[in-house]
Design a protein around this ligand. Sequence first.
Ligand SMILES: NC(=O)C1=CN([C@@H]2O[C@H](COP(=O)(O)OP(=O)(O)OC[C@H]3O[C@@H](n4cnc5c(N)ncnc54)[C@H](OP(=O)(O)O)[C@@H]3O)[C@@H](O)[C@H]2O)[C@@H](O)CC1
Ligand SMILES: [K+]
Length: 506
Amino acid sequence: MKIFNKENIYKADKITIKNQNIESEVLMERAAIQIFGWLKTQLQENFPTIHLFCGIGNNGGDGLALARLLLNDGYEVEVYVVNFSDKRSDDFLLNLARLKENKLWPEFIGENSDLPQLPEGDIVIDAIFGIGLNRSAAGWIKELIQHINTSKTYVIAVDVPSGLYLDKAPDDKEAIVKANTTITFQFPKLVFFLPETAEFAGNVEIVDLGLDREFINTTTSEAFLISRNDAQRLYKPRAKFAHKGDFGHCLIVGGSYGKIGSVVLATKAALRAGAGKVTSLVPECGYDILQSTVPEAMVITAFNDNFLIPTEINFKPQSSVFGIGAGKGKKTAKFLEQLLTDAHSPLLIDADGINILAEHTDLLELLPEKSILTPHPGELKRLLGDWKDDFEKLNKAKDFSKKYKVVLVIKGAFSITIADDNLYINTTGNPGMATAGSGDVLSGIISSLVAQGYDATIAAVFGVYLHGKAGDYAAQENGFEFVIAEDIVNNLGNAYKSLFQQHPEN
Ligand SMILES: NC(=O)C1=CN([C@@H]2O[C@H](COP(=O)(O)OP(=O)(O)OC[C@H]3O[C@@H](n4cnc5c(N)ncnc54)[C@H](OP(=O)(O)O)[C@@H]3O)[C@@H](O)[C@H]2O)[C@@H](O)CC1
Ligand SMILES: [K+]
């Protein structure tokens, strides 16, 4: 699903009005109807008081239209106009008049007004600012936002939590509504998925306004949200007469004394994700462990008991993983250099592999094109240096990916894959996956997909999706705390199957 920037959202709005030959207020009504429908479904037979805070732009107009629909359906509503300017939009004014026709006169809140009481259990609709925010909320508007945030109401933001910019980091986090749910129109917004700002949006619901399909399809976007429909399209079906040679040979290089488990997990994951053959290369201390825990894999060893040293590899894998559990000793770093120099196919570099690259930046030049790096934020910092906010982090990551022609997967609650100037944001996964070995499983999955012939960017995007989905199945069964990395591997089958189920369970 495309994530549009502010300019393209406004364009989509305009083109729809023109092509569908409608007035702009029709889109506002569609927006209000969508939120009304969502609320009604959630509330069922409950009728809490609903407090609607409406600005004077079109976000406020949406709020007023929603207030009318709720009022006419018998809900108890309290409507406040947050009267920060006299530049009221036409559709705001139209909906204000319609509300008055329905005998509801909103209360106007200004600089010296008392703030309304917001009793626990009531609902707040935040329609103060939408995508038109152009500076931080200040003064009494900020106080109102804080009043909403400290209340014990359930807060639903219309389109965007008021005070949150779409295209830059907040300059005052105290001046942003903290929503429980954000119902956003047509397009997901990037800031809802970035670590510093996701908390303001809460649960995100995307509702359709019927905006111009052709414009959406033909307009390019730099960012995408990957949901089930997108993942489904990435899947490569298997031919009936396929044989294991068609699904590639994946090499997993890693491990050191006490850390052979990481290679076991990645090896299993690579096999379960579908690689035709998997060979693991470990120090000798790992030989028995791998042979007995993963009999399906082949094992070769470095001539050293406890850590990896340069070792000759006498076959050409279609993909390789380097770094998991490897440590970053001198000889291990030398081995990475050898692997990079001899590589015939993209490498996936994780964990200590990334730390070695950060310490020996000359090695970066040797990375084969389309290699994949999968850092968590700490490893990314070692690679890129510090950043002041999420936007700077993404820009630095994009520059890095372009410079070295590699795919970056930044791991997190919403993992982000960066390649060719594009961002792909993952939607699967859960806090149960914050557990040892989870990243090793991801490395195995992605590398397995590369071995099977998936393009590196697609392998990363699809692999991250499958990994999260498998983790969701694991957590669904036994709860977040119970999940260990092995459970993620064991649910990969469910993750694949869910792509094509009519009604997936999660
Ligand atoms: N696109 C679509 O498809 C559809 C969009 N729709 C809806 O429209 C929304 C966008 O509406 P919008 O453009 O009128 O902007 P909005 O967010 O209401 O605010 C603008 C006002 O805020 C003001 N202002 C800004 N910052 C401020 C500050 N810190 N402190 C004080 N004032 C500040 C600014 O004033 P100014 O800067 O000019 O002083 C201006 O008056 C969108 O989010 C969605 O809800 C739907 O109706 C249907 C289809
Ligand atoms: K809002």
